[in-house]
Design a protein around this ligand. Structure first.
Ligand SMILES: Nc1ncnc2c1ncn2[C@@H]1O[C@H](COP(=O)(O)OP(=O)(O)OP(=O)(O)O)[C@@H](O)[C@H]1O
Ligand SMILES: CC(=O)N[C@H]1[C@@H]2OC[C@@H](O2)[C@@H](O)[C@@H]1O[C@H](C)C(=O)O
Length: 372
């Protein structure tokens, strides 16, 4: 059993943009943040990314063993050097997400990591929420609540994550607990970097549009944006969540455009879907704090500043680390899972009541195994 009080948790995230594994230490009791620790990043090689990409949309027992090997070995490599860890949080790699029908699938086995690393590992964070009728995503909102208190917010703020998919959390920091009614409203905003990355890869052999430079030279095709915004997802009430490739129609629509116009249009789709999301917030937040790799895209940030009716800043403006925030979140959620605290609530995943989740894998040997 995890000791009570502040512990050192190591969280990891391998996100839908398929760029690599983030790892970050958080000092926490699962309710408040006591401090931030070391971080590390391990990009996937092109060959590894190709394996992950080839398995997108696949479920457990559908030939995912190779993918699990890639995910687990990359995590072990990035996690092994960390010292004095009480518990690790392992999100895994989402391959498929269909909460209403088949469920949600994060590839990688936490028990294997626990045995190799010699520390308890919290994993499989989303299944219980889905089994309880929730969306299983987003799960970072409870951490966003703790962050809002850490930065001393006294009025509602919103966090926007621009990863492969986008998600937003509106937080009322005056509530005592993230599971309280009205403390949080969270949902996926729409596709973020995934369609743009796929375009850059297919057309130019590049991983992404660095700083939004290509998009800045193109023209947005308004008719495509209008068709995109007519997607039924935007009319659905929150909470709601998305699979990585839910907007295949958008990608097909830009196929006939020049590289620059296609990039500009996909980039504007990120901005336009965030604007829609902003209107679903219970009240206008004082500031929109942006994290995830998309905050480095200057064309996105310029577009957001034009359409969002509050201050739009990167989370760095509040003293936070926008590259490691999701990894920190899974450190926070690991401690919560170990203590049986809620990970989700009606306002975050649509689950009927605040719900705990995650599995805890105990290591076969409780010390680090050198030379795994
Ligand atoms: N300098 C940059 N300019 C533009 N885009 C960038 C830059 N750096 C990173 N990105 C984008 O950010 C992505 C990585 O973002 P991030 O690590 O937040 O995603 P993720 O964690 O995989 O996704 P998710 O939050 O959906 O799980 C890259 O794939 C790229 O599209
Ligand atoms: C199923 C899944 O992995 N969803 C991711 C994805 O990436 C962003 C968005 O879609 C969010 O819902 C979620 O990740 C973050 C970490 C979350 O659960 O909050």
């Amino acid at each position: 059993m995890l000791k009570s009080g502040i512990v050192r948790a190591l969280g990891t995230m391998s996100g839908t943009s398929l760029d690599g594994v983030d790892a970050a230490v958080l000092e926490t009791d699962g309710q408040v943040i006591a401090g931030f620790g070391a971080t590390a990043y391990r990009p996937y090689t092109d060959a590894e990314r190709a394996v992950l990409r080839a398995h997108l949309g696949r479920w457990q027992n559908d030939g995912v063993a190779r993918c699990a090997t890639v995910v687990e070995s990359a995590h072990i490599a990035v996690m092994a050097p960390f010292e004095e860890i009480d518990i690790a949080g392992f999100h895994g790699q989402t391959l498929a997400h269909d909460p209403g029908e088949r469920g949600t699938h994060q590839c990688g086995n936490g028990q294997h990591l626990a045995d190799v690393l010699g520390v308890p590992v919290a994993w499989d964070f989303r299944s219980h929420d889905v089994a309880s009728g929730g969306q299983g995503a987003p799960l970072t909102p409870f951490y966003h609540f703790a962050l809002a208190q850490w930065i001393g917010a006294t009025e509602p703020v919103a966090f926007l994550n621009l990863g492969g998919v986008g998600n937003i959390t509106w937080v009322d920091p005056t509530r005592a607990d993230p599971a309280d009614d009205g403390a949080l409203l969270a949902f996926d905003t729409g596709p973020a970097n995934a369609p743009l990355n796929d375009l850059m890869q297919a057309r130019l052999g590049l991983g992404y549009d660095a700083d939004g430079q290509l998009a800045a030279t193109g023209t947005v095709e308004d008719a495509i944006i209008q068709r995109f915004l007519n997607h039924p997802y935007f009319a659905q009430p929150a909470p709601k969540s998305l699979d990585r490739d839910a907007f295949a129609g958008l990608c097909a629509d830009v196929a006939g455009l020049s590289d620059a116009d296609a990039a500009a249009t996909l980039t504007h789709a990120i901005v336009a879907s965030t604007a829609q999301a902003f209107h679903l917030c219970p009240s206008p937040p004082a500031r929109l704090l942006v994290c995830g790799g998309g905050r480095k895209n200057k064309t996105v940030m310029r577009g957001l500043a034009q359409v969002i009716a509050c201050d739009v800043q990167t989370v760095e403006a509040a003293g936070l680390d926008g590259d490691m925030l999701e990894a920190q979140a899974f450190a926070f959620l690991a401690v919560r899972a170990a203590h049986g605290l809620a990970l989700s609530a009606p306002g975050t995943t649509g689950v009927a009541v605040a719900t705990s989740g995650g599995r805890i894998a105990k290591p076969a040997v409780t010390h680090r195994v050198p030379g795994f």
